[in-house]
Design a protein around this ligand. Structure first.
Ligand SMILES: Nc1ncnc2c1ncn2[C@@H]1O[C@H](COP(=O)(O)OP(=O)(O)OP(=O)(O)O)[C@@H](O)[C@H]1O
Length: 732
C-alpha cells in the first residue's frame, strides 16, 4: 500500500483519494510490490459512494499491520482543497479538505469496467488490467487515479471500435527536482471497453460534460493491416456521420505578435497551444502581425462572422490593447464588443491575464479557452479633450516617471532587449525629475450611494451579477469634465470649449443620448458582417453631439454658467496634500469669466470633483490590481482595485527623493506601498489630468506610449469586454 501511495504522490495528478475509495466493483487495481496478495492489501477501502463526505475535512484510517476496516474521521473544518496523502508506520491517513459547500466528486454520470491499453500507462499496470472507472460531473476516476474534467481537452473514439482515448493536460510535479513547480503535460490514456457501443457511450458522456469528442471513422485501414501483418496501402479517407453528439466547432481568429516576449510567441503558439486547440476541434484563422497597429487594423476590419467565438491574442498586453481599440473603433461596435477575447500569455508582461484570470502559463491559458466561460472586464477610455481622440485600455494609464521610463526604454530596445525597462528605470532614477500636472477626480460612489443609484434606475451591481446588466456607473449621473481651475500660465494652452467628454466616454448612445447598456448579450443573429475600415467614431462624436442640452432628468446635460462652479468643484483644503496652487483664487471667482465665456457644458448634479496638485513622481490610473508576472505574487500596483467594479484606482506618488522612490518600488513587491505617506490610492469614477505645458508630454496606456497634447479624461466605459476563461487562484 505504501507503494500505491507513493505512486499517487508521484503522479501528482489532481488526485482525489476519494476516487480511489469509492469503487463499487471491487477489482484488484494494482499488484503489490511486496508480493503480498492479501485482498485487504490490494483492494481499496470499500466505502459506498453515498457515504463519502463531500464537505469539511476528513481523514481515512486503517491499521497498516492488521489491515482492518477503513474508517473515516472528520478532524478539521478548515476549508481548502485536497491536500496530502501521508502514511506512517501504523496507519494510512489521507486528508481530504473541502469547504462546506463543495462537492468534491460531482454527481455520478457513468460507471463501468475499462481495460487500460496503449501508451501513457503507468508501467506497473502493463500488461493491461481491467479497472473500475467512473465518470462524474467533475472527475473521471479510474483505478487509483482521478482526473479533473477541467484538465481533459478531448476524447477520441473511432466508430466501430472498442477503444476510446482521453487527452488531458493535468498538472504534474517534476519528480526529481525538489521545490520545482508543477507544470502541465499532455497525457493520452487509451481504454478498451467490452463492446463498441459502450465505447461510444463513454465518449458521449464525456462530450456532454465539457470535453470535445473527436469521432473518427473506423480505425484506419493502414493500422488494421499492420496489425494483420499485411503491407500498408495508401490510406483512404472515409467520411462517416458521427454517432457522437458533439458541440459545434468554435470558430476563432488568432492574432500573434511574432516579436512578443523576445520572439517566443510564435514558438509558444505552434508548439504548445495549437495542438490543444486542434484537439478541441476549434477552427482557427491564424494571423501574424507584421507591424505595430496591425492587430488594431485587423480587429477593426475583420468580418465578425470569421471569429464569432473569439479573438485570441498571443503576445503581451500590447496586442490585447490593440485588439480592443480595433473592435471599439468599428461602426458595428455593439456587435464587436460581444466578441470575447482570449489571451495566450507570451509577451514580456501579461499583467492582464495574470491579474484577472490568474494564469501565466500558455498551456493553462489554452485549456481555459478550450473549456470556455467568460469573465466580464471593465474597459476604460482615455480621451484627449482637446482633440476628441480616444484610446481604450484594459490595464493601466500612467503619467510621470513610468511614462518617462517607457519613452526612454525605446532607445535601448535593440541593445538591452528585455532589460531595457530596467536600464531606462535606473537612468531615470539617477536623473530623477518631477512632473507637474493637475489631477481632478470624481470619487467612487460609496456603498449607500451606489445602492441608491441601483434602486433608482433598476440596475444591478455587475460585481454581484456579471450577466447582461448595466452597472452602477452607467446609471450614475453622467460625467462632466471639471472646468479649468488654474489660471497659472503652465496650463494656459488648454482649450476650454473642448472639455466635454464625448458621448462614448459619457456612456451615451450617440443617437438617443441614453446610457448604453453595459454588457451586450451575444446574439448571433445581430452580428453584422463588416469589412468597413476603422471608423473615427469616438473622435467625431464628441464634438458634434456634446452640445445637446435641455433635459433636467438625472444624467442629462445642462448648460451652466460660471456661477455654478462653486457647487460642482470641491477643493481639497484640509487634505494631506492640500489644494492646488491658486485654486482658492479660482473658486473665489478668478476664472469664472473664462468659464462663462467658454460656454462649457457640464452637469449640475451632486458631482463632487476633487483635486490634487503636483508636482508628482507618478500618476497611475489602474483598472485592476495590475500584478506583474515576473514578480512575486503579492506584487500589485493597485492592490484594492477590482477589474469589474466600474471604477479605477488612482495612484498618486507625490514628489519625493530617489530613496523614497526606491522604497516605493520595494514595498510594491509586497503590496504595501500604498501605506507610504507620499502615496495616495483613491477609488474614482473618472480622472481628469492636465499636464503642465512645460512638462513631460507623454503618457502610457497598457504599455503603449502616447503623446499628450493638453488634458486627458479617463473613465470606465459603459460596455465591458469579455475575457474567455474562468478566474482561478494564482497557482499556475
Ligand atoms: N510585427 C510587429 N512588428 C513590430 N511591432 C509589433 C508587431 N506586432 C505588434 N507590434 C507592437 O508591439 C507592441 C508590444 O506588443 P506585446 O505587448 O504583444 O509584446 P511584449 O513582448 O509584451 O512587448 P513589449 O515588451 O515590447 O512591451 C504592440 O503594442 C504592437 O504595437
Amino acid at each position: 500500500m505504501r507503494s500505491l501511495c507513493g505512486k499517487l504522490g508521484a503522479l501528482s495528478h489532481k488526485i482525489n483519494p476519494l476516487g480511489a475509495f469509492v469503487h463499487q466493483n471491487h477489482h484488484a487495481t494494482d499488484t503489490p510490490r511486496d508480493g503480498n496478495n492479501d485482498d485487504s492489501q490490494q483492494m481499496a477501502p470499500q466505502i459506498p459512494m453515498e457515504s463519502v463526505p463531500t464537505s469539511s475535512r476528513w481523514s481515512f484510517h486503517r491499521s497498516r499491520r492488521s489491515g482492518g476496516p477503513w474508517s473515516m474521521k472528520q478532524f478539521s473544518s478548515s476549508p481548502g482543497e485536497l491536500d496530502d496523502i501521508s502514511t506512517n508506520k501504523s496507519e494510512i491517513r489521507i486528508d481530504v479538505k473541502g469547504d462546506e459547500s463543495s462537492n468534491l466528486l460531482g454527481e455520478m454520470v457513468m460507471a463501468g469496467n475499462l481495460t487500460l491499453a496503449g501508451k501513457g500507462l503507468p508501467s506497473k499496470l502493463v500488461p493491461p488490467v481491467e479497472v473500475s472507472a467512473k465518470l462524474t460531473t467533475k472527475t473521471f476516476i479510474w483505478a487509483l487515479h482521478c482526473l479533473s474534467l477541467d484538465d481533459v481537452v478531448a476524447v477520441t473514439c473511432s466508430v466501430g471500435s472498442q477503444h476510446f482515448t482521453i487527452h488531458s493536460y493535468a498538472l504534474v510535479k517534476p519528480r526529481w527536482i525538489p521545490g520545482a513547480s508543477s507544470r502541465r503535460c499532455r497525457t493520452d490514456l487509451q481504454f478498451r471497453t467490452s463492446n463498441k457501443e459502450e465505447a461510444l457511450r463513454w465518449a458521449t458522456a464525456f462530450g456532454e460534460h465539457g470535453c470535445h469528442v473527436n469521432a473518427l471513422p473506423s480505425p484506419p485501414k493502414q493500422h488494421q493491416q499492420q496489425l494483420n501483418g499485411s503491407p500498408p496501402v495508401k490510406e483512404q479517407v472515409v467520411m462517416v456521420q458521427s454517432p457522437v453528439k458533439c458541440c459545434p466547432q468554435p470558430v476563432m481568429l488568432v492574432v500573434i505578435n511574432p516579436l512578443s516576449g523576445q520572439g517566443r510567441a510564435l514558438k509558444v503558439f505552434h508548439s504548445k497551444v495549437q495542438p490543444i486547440f486542434e484537439l478541441a476541434g476549434i477552427k482557427l484563422t491564424v494571423v501574424e502581425t507584421t507591424h505595430p497597429h496591425h492587430a488594431q487594423t485587423l480587429a477593426s476590419t475583420v468580418e465578425l462572422s470569421k471569429c464569432p467565438d473569439g479573438i485570441i491574442c498571443v503576445g503581451g498586453d500590447g496586442i490585447v490593447n490593440e485588439v480592443i481599440n480595433g473592435l471599439s473603433s468599428r461602426d458595428d461596435v455593439e456587435a464587436a464588443c460581444t466578441i470575447p477575447i482570449g489571451i495566450i500569455p507570451a509577451g514580456s508582461d501579461n499583467s492582464l491575464v495574470w491579474t484577472v484570470l490568474g494564469i501565466r502559463d500558455p498551456i493553462a491559458a489554452a485549456l481555459m479557452i478550450v473549456k470556455g466561460g467568460m469573465v466580464a472586464m471593465d474597459v476604460f477610455g482615455v480621451e484627449w479633450t482637446k482633440t476628441g481622440a480616444m484610446h481604450m485600455g484594459l490595464t493601466v494609464a500612467y503619467y510621470g516617471f513610468m511614462s518617462d521610463v517607457l519613452e526612454l526604454s525605446a532607445k535601448y530596445q535593440r541593445w538591452c532587449g528585455r532589460l531595457r525597462y530596467f536600464v531606462a528605470g535606473v537612468l531615470r532614477l539617477l536623473c530623477l525629475s518631477h512632473y507637474t500636472c493637475e489631477v481632478h477626480y470624481l470619487p467612487a460612489l460609496s456603498g449607500l450611494d451606489a445602492e441608491h443609484v441601483e434602486v433608482d434606475h433598476g440596475i444591478h451591481n455587475p460585481t454581484l451579477d456579471p450577466g447582461p446588466l448595466a452597472s452602477s456607473i452607467d446609471s450614475s449621473p453622467i460625467l462632466a469634465a471639471p472646468t479649468r481651475l488654474n489660471s497659472n500660465s503652465d496650463f494656459a494652452g488648454v482649450v476650454n470649449a473642448s472639455y466635454e467628454p464625448s458621448d462614448y466616454v459619457r456612456g451615451l448612445d450617440g443617437k438617443t443620448k441614453r446610457p448604453l447598456p453595459r454588457i451586450i448579450t451575444p446574439d448571433e443573429e445581430t452580428v453584422t458582417v463588416s469589412s468597413a475600415s476603422p471608423s473615427p467614431r469616438a473622435r467625431t462624436r464628441s464634438k458634434s453631439k456634446a452640445k445637446s442640452v435641455g433635459s433636467t432628468a438625472p444624467g442629462a446635460w445642462r448648460e451652466v454658467t460660471g456661477s455654478c462652479l462653486g457647487d460642482t468643484v470641491s477643493t481639497t483644503a484640509g487634505t494631506r496634500w492640500g489644494p492646488l496652487e491658486g485654486m482658492s483664487d479660482v473658486n473665489a471667482g478668478g476664472a469664472e469669466t473664462d468659464i462663462a465665456k467658454s460656454r462649457v457644458h457640464f452637469l449640475v448634479e451632486d458631482e463632487k470633483w476633487e483635486s490634487r496638485g503636483g508636482p508628482f513622481l507618478g500618476v497611475m490610473m489602474c483598472n485592476h490590481q495590475c500584478k506583474t508576472v515576473q514578480c512575486i505574487q503579492s506584487q500589485a500596483l493597485a492592490p484594492p482595485a477590482e477589474h469589474d467594479d466600474g471604477n479605477v484606482h488612482l495612484l498618486l506618488v507625490h514628489n519625493v527623493g530617489r530613496l523614497q522612490l526606491l522604497r516605493f518600488f520595494l514595498l510594491m513587491q509586497f503590496g504595501r506601498h500604498i501605506s507610504l505617506p507620499f502615496v495616495e490610492c483613491i477609488k474614482a469614477r473618472a480622472v481628469w489630468l492636465n499636464p503642465s505645458i512645460r512638462g513631460h508630454q507623454a503618457c502610457g496606456i497598457d504599455g503603449e506610449l502616447l503623446t499628450l497634447d493638453g488634458p486627458i479624461m479617463m473613465r470606465v466605459l459603459p460596455h465591458q469586454c469579455h475575457l474567455i476563461g474562468k478566474r482561478t487562484l494564482h497557482t499556475q
